[in-house]
Design a protein around this ligand. Structure first.
Ligand code: FAD
Length: 393
């Protein structure tokens, strides 16, 4: 059985895994990337935008910029948003955030996941320090101790490494193989996503209306459409998915209070059950978690992949340029730092989702008062915005 040695092995070539591969290869490490899914068809369709998009924060943009990725994105497909408007179904109060108040050009950008993913892939393929194992996956961990990990792939190959990064998503098989426990729960909600044409222009604004059944977001796309993320209770989903396009568009426009007028047409719809998870330990032996393998949060604040990019940035900074060995102390520091930051974010979004879902009259009054105070207190509003664009640190 042949065996290859790498400084770092990454399981999972999603947005976070590929970003980690690039960041660490850039520090001089020899990296292996293992991806279970076969490579996707390269071509992005000019007419149709990917249904999965992400709101990318300025901090994440900076991370991608440093790696030379942001510059390589097709700029015609990136939509910067300058304002954010949030309000609730019950009550007249709302909060409006404006990039101008932070002396910035924008508050973030909406990018198709596939565009970002492909750009990261291509950059990894050009990097000589990165080797691909795809489609392949880890079958078993033969050894996992303080000096490193030895693993066998489904293809039969054996790899040894000083550090194994689990970047294989929320159900992370690598986390499972390493025996790392996870605390997880369901929101009993499903997010429906689609791209829609609206009567009025999106005004480069990210809109979010909180309904008692869950938040509904309209995110601006570069082609003038809006990407919607409609989080609704599980018992509501079937009806919305099975509705005809006309019925869905009408229900959507009404749920959105006709803020952008009628919804004229919609793409196919996709749905994602919503849950959260958090791990007590992110490090076991020499297996370390990053991205959704370590944490997942409600999409209402659009922070999941942003938190993952921050994981990568912190890890790369802490372990630094390649030298003799990767110090265990630095991996523990990574665990401590990122765990507390993502815990604050995850708990915060969970509480927000719960609070905005309550229907009692006194809660609605308190919520409206709170939104009014935030909206009319510039320093407070600025503080909240600064936190959001820095991925809640
Ligand atoms: C509706 C919705 C909207 C969202 N909107 C936003 C947003 O606006 N902004 C934001 O920041 N986040 C958002 N998120 C969250 C974001 O999509 C995730 O946080 C992000 O995709 C996680 O990336 P990842 O690379 O960690 O994991 P994944 O994207 O899950 O990638 C994991 C990779 O590992 C591979 N893999 C799986 N098993 C194996 C195995 N055994 N071996 C090898 N490879 C394997 C998979 O094929 C995949 O390529 C949203 C999520 C949802 C559901």
């Amino acid at each position: 059985m042949s065996s290859s040695k790498f400084d770092i092995v990454i399981s999972g070539a999603g947005m976070v895994g590929t970003c980690a591969a690039l960041a660490l290869a850039g520090k001089g490490y020899r990296v292996a990337v293992i991806e279970a899914a076969p490579r996707e068809n390269d071509k992005l369709n000019d007419e149709t935008y990917d249904l999965r998009v992400s709101a990318i924060s300025p901090r994440s943009r900076h991370i991608l910029d440093q790696l030379g990725i942001w510059q390589q994105l097709d700029s015609k497909r990136v939509c910067y948003y300058e304002q954010m408007h949030i309000w609730h179904q019950h009550g007249a109060a709302s909060v409006a955030f404006d990039a101008v108040d932070l002396a910035r050009d924008n508050l973030g950008a909406i990018v198709e996941n596939r565009l970002l993913q492909q750009t990261l892939y291509r950059a990894c393929e050009r990097e000589v320090k990165i080797e691909w194992f795809m489609p392949d996956s880890i079958e078993t961990l033969l050894e996992n101790h303080a000096q490193g990990v030895e693993l066998r792939l489904s293809s039969g190959l054996c790899l040894t490494t000083e550090l194994l990064l689990a970047a294989d998503g929320r159900n992370s098989p690598t986390r499972h193989l390493a025996g790392i426990d996870v605390q997880a729960g369901q929101y009993r909600q499903t997010a429906i996503v689609a791209n829609v044409d609206t009567e009025f222009a999106h005004q480069f604004t990210a809109w979010q209306r909180f309904l008692s059944t869950g938040p509904l977001a309209f995110l601006p796309l570069a082609n003038g459409q809006s990407s919607i993320v409609w989080s609704c209770d599980d018992d509501q989903v079937g009806q919305l998915i099975d509705a005809t396009d006309d019925e869905f568009c009408d229900a959507l426009a009404e749920a959105f209070e006709f803020k952008l007028g009628r919804v004229k047409s919609c793409s196919a719809r996709m749905s994602f059950p919503l849950g959260w998870h958090h791990c007590e330990h992110w490090l076991k032996g020499r297996v370390l978690l990053i991205g959704d393998a370590a944490h997942s949060v409600h999409p209402l604040a659009g922070q999941g992949v942003n938190l993952g990019f921050s994981d990568v940035e912190t890890l790369a900074q802490l372990i630094g340029e390649r030298s003799e060995t990767i110090p265990q102390k630095q991996l523990r520091r990574y665990q401590r730092q990122r765990k507390s930051e993502t815990w604050v974010a995850g708990t915060g979004f969970g509480v927000l989702k719960w609070f905005y879902g309550l229907d009692q009259k006194w809660v609605a009054t308190a919520r409206n008062l709170g939104m009014r105070v935030v909206d009319e207190t510039p320093w407070f509003k600025r503080t909240i915005m600064e936190k959001a664009i820095q991925n809640i640190t």
